[in-house]
Design a protein around this ligand. Structure first.
Ligand SMILES: [Zn+2]
Length: 384
């Protein structure tokens, strides 16, 4: 048995255990890694109305008439995933095709400290504060120019909640990668999320990925040991991501699709996963829809209880993208396309599957510019 249960004595002295985390109210953004002209990269301070400092980056082009494209990373990743210096990345492609890229580091970014320290949050907060307020800030700058959004994984799932709440109206188009309105995890992943949430919630706050920081023997050793079973790659960080997706048992990418340089940087590109997010993720997964976490807190009443039920409010064309080998969200995007075609036939939604790709490699893959981005550019190009 990997996880031993501990029996806590019920003496009064033991019932008040110390807090697991130090709460920080300030955030310093880790610098972006890129090969752009530093003068073109504008970091824009963005503090949400609930007081959280985020990262918003505009890549300037010297042109004031270009359509803008906001890109949203997945949970524990960051804007760095669209700027890989070692490959032809999404920002390169957008610049070459005449767009103005904007990158948001929402509160789940590993460039920010909130997954390890700081106030806890749910995806409701991302949908209610981070995404709409970033869109608002961008619109203040771009005026009437078209604004597209390209969103990956939880960035896309949270966007679906913002969209169906009517909080980001009038987008020119949305590209969703991996998952959108109908999240569906593999059976064993789903089970492990429940088990991990229950067994570990009183012991640890987050699952780390960088074995070098964690050390050989720690409370995390069993998780790394579990992830290493049957792994063909000797790198423990790769094992916990490729083999086990932070211990969930899912696979985040097709291994051979990553360049050696990207493989070396995995611990920088994907940060620790907080365990306190699991109850919301679990509720979403059980509902097979993006559902609001806060049912009674009036601050969240703008969000629909169930985003799929409110899909009729989507007012923009949507391209659903997924790798054929997505080891985390399976065929969620295909399912989403089928469900929307049936329930909301008036919506402009299309589905494109990328053969031979998993989940993260659709953006981190060395061949993504050839195999993936063309589909995105075709979609944007028809609507700019
Ligand atoms: Zn590896």
């Amino acid at each position: 048995m990997i996880f031993r249960t501990t029996s806590f004595r019920t003496t009064p002295a033991r019932t008040t255990r110390p807090a697991l985390r130090k709460v920080r109210s300030t955030a310093a953004l880790r610098p972006l890694r890129h090969r752009l002209d530093p003068a073109a990269v504008e970091e824009i301070p963005l503090r949400t109305s609930d007081g959280v400092l985020l990262g918003l980056t505009r890549v300037g082009t010297g042109h004031s008439d270009r359509p803008a494209v906001l890109v949203l990373h997945g949970h524990t990743a960051s804007a760095d995933m669209f700027l890989l210096p070692e490959t032809r990345n999404l920002v390169d492609v957008l610049l070459d095709e005449g767009y103005e890229p904007w990158l948001l580091d929402w509160r789940g970014s590993c460039r920010l400290p909130y997954n390890e320290t700081g106030r806890r949050y749910t995806y409701d907060d991302v949908a209610l504060y981070d995404i709409p307020e970033a869109v608002c800030r961008i619109r203040q700058r771009i005026g009437d120019r078209p604004l597209f959004v390209i969103a990956h994984c939880i960035g896309s799932l949270s966007l679906s909640l913002s969209l169906t709440a009517g909080l980001v109206p009038g987008l020119a188009g949305v590209v969703s990668q991996g998952v959108f309105l109908t999240p569906k995890l593999a059976g064993r992943t789903s089970l492990r999320i429940s088990v991990m949430g229950e067994l570990l919630k009183s012991r640890i706050d987050y699952i780390p990925v960088d074995f070098r920081k964690v050390g050989l023997w720690s409370k995390y050793t069993p998780l790394f040991a579990l992830a290493s079973r049957g792994a063909s790659c000797p790198d423990p960080t790769c094992q916990i991501l490729h083999n086990s997706a932070w211990g969930s048992g899912a696979s985040l990418f097709v291994h051979e699709n990553l360049s050696e340089a990207t493989h070396e940087r995995l611990a920088e590109l994907l940060g620790p996963a907080p365990l306190w997010i699991l109850p919301h993720l679990r509720r979403i997964e059980l509902a097979r829809s993006v559902v609001r976490w806060h049912d009674t807190d009036h601050r969240y009443r703008a969000l629909p209880p169930n985003a799929l039920d409110a899909a009729g409010r989507i007012d923009t064309p949507v391209l659903l993208l997924a790798g054929s080998e997505n080891g985390l969200w399976q065929d969620s995007q295909k399912l989403c396309h089928e469900v929307l075609a049936h329930r909301q036939p008036q919506l402009d939604v299309r589905y494109t599957e990328i053969p031979g790709y998993g989940h993260l490699d659709t953006f981190l893959g060395r061949g993504a510019a050839l195999d993936v981005y063309g589909h995105i550019l075709d979609f944007l190009g028809e609507r700019r």
